[in-house]
Design a binder for this molecule. Structure first.
Ligand code: C2E
Ligand code: MG
Ligand code: MG
Ligand code: MG
Length: 287
């Protein structure tokens, strides 16, 4: 009957909450030693020019593997954020990305890399200063003027900007002044996409894959993408379409004024070695 059904539901939810709590406690504990145990790897997902398929850029995506299993970033990044580990993890990611840029430069294969930055890393003015200091210190390891700022894009999400508007603005201006680009990730899914663009100095938007997945589900969805594109044009922003998986999605994107595309239709995220090989092959066939 309805009453015992309700009780079973309650028990089910209780068990689920308990299981979730145990899982995040375990991940929290394991994350603490993930860097020192070498459990992280950075993968690279190429971003291509839709008109010729050439790789113009790549996004760095963190992978965590322990006991032979991959844990999704969607599961462990929130735990890393709550625990504050994300600050060290973010620096690990940037170190790794800078190594990769250095290797690409040695091989004459340099393209810009896009690096995700967590909201938490800009949360307080102390953290903002630490973020900048990281680049100051790294820069001192390079010859004057040689630090590859112009090959770095930072991806930030819209939820970032609710706090500390002035100091974040200053920070973003400083990063751009040094030559980095700022990209708004998951564009269109946050709460204040539009005021965000009016208030912050950004260079690029990444149209969230939830919009791309609705292509061919009706004219209304397609009109939304067209509106994002024309607004981005008016604001002088470059555009990446994220999560392009099918021919139909790609056909629609090609008709838009969008300069770059990322998605399984072209390439999945791959380990560093495979990424190097792909770029080397591309440079051989285009020379
Ligand atoms: P994101 O920054 O929006 O990254 C794009 C996500 O979409 C990646 O998931 C990528 O693998 C996935 N993707 C790319 N093309 C397709 C496609 O065609 N179809 C589908 N279904 N998915 C596609 P991933 O690697 O699982 O990362 C998830 C999220 O975790 C990222 O979303 C980002 O928010 C976060 N993340 C990943 N690496 C880092 C990092 O180094 N630092 C920080 N702070 N966050 C990270
Ligand atoms: Mg991203
Ligand atoms: Mg995204
Ligand atoms: Mg995301």
């Amino acid at each position: 009957n309805a009453k015992s059904h309700g009780r079973n539901c309650f028990r089910f939810f209780n068990q689920q909450i308990q299981k979730d709590a145990e899982r995040s406690a375990e991940l929290h504990m394991r994350l603490k030693s993930a860097i020192s145990n070498n459990e992280f790897a950075l993968y690279y997902q190429p971003i291509v020019n839709p008109h010729n398929g050439l790789i113009v850029k790549a996004e760095c995506l963190l992978r965590w593997q322990y006991d032979g299993r991959f844990i999704s970033p969607d599961e462990f990044i929130p735990i890393a954020e709550q625990s504050g580990f994300i600050v060290n993890i973010g620096e690990w990611v940037r170190n790794e990305a800078l190594n990769t840029i250095a290797i690409l430069q040695q091989r004459g294969l340099t393209i810009p890399l896009s690096i995700n930055v967590s909201t938490i890393e800009f949360w307080t003015t102390d953290l903002q200063q630490r973020f900048l200091r990281y680049f100051d210190e790294k820069q001192s390891e390079y010859d004057a003027g040689q630090f590859p700022y112009s090959f770095i894009t930072l991806e930030i999400t819209e939820s970032l900007m609710m706090k500390q508007l002035d100091t974040i603005n200053q920070l973003l201006n400083e990063l751009r002044h040094r030559g980095m680009q700022i990209s708004v990730d998951d564009f269109g899914t946050g709460y204040s996409s539009l005021s965000y663009l009016a208030n912050f100095p950004v260079d690029q938007v990444k149209i969230d894959k939830s919009f791309i997945q609705k292509i061919s589900m009706g004219a209304r969805h397609e009109a939304l993408i067209e509106a994002i594109v024309s607004m981005s044009r008016a604001l002088d922003l470059t555009i990446v379409a994220e999560g392009v998986e099918t021919q139909a999605e790609f056909d629609f994107i090609k008709l838009q004024d969008i300069e770059s595309v990322q998605g399984y239709y072209f390439h999945k995220p791959m380990p560093q070695q495979a990424f190097f090989e792909l770029l080397a092959k591309q440079s051989q066939t285009t020379i």
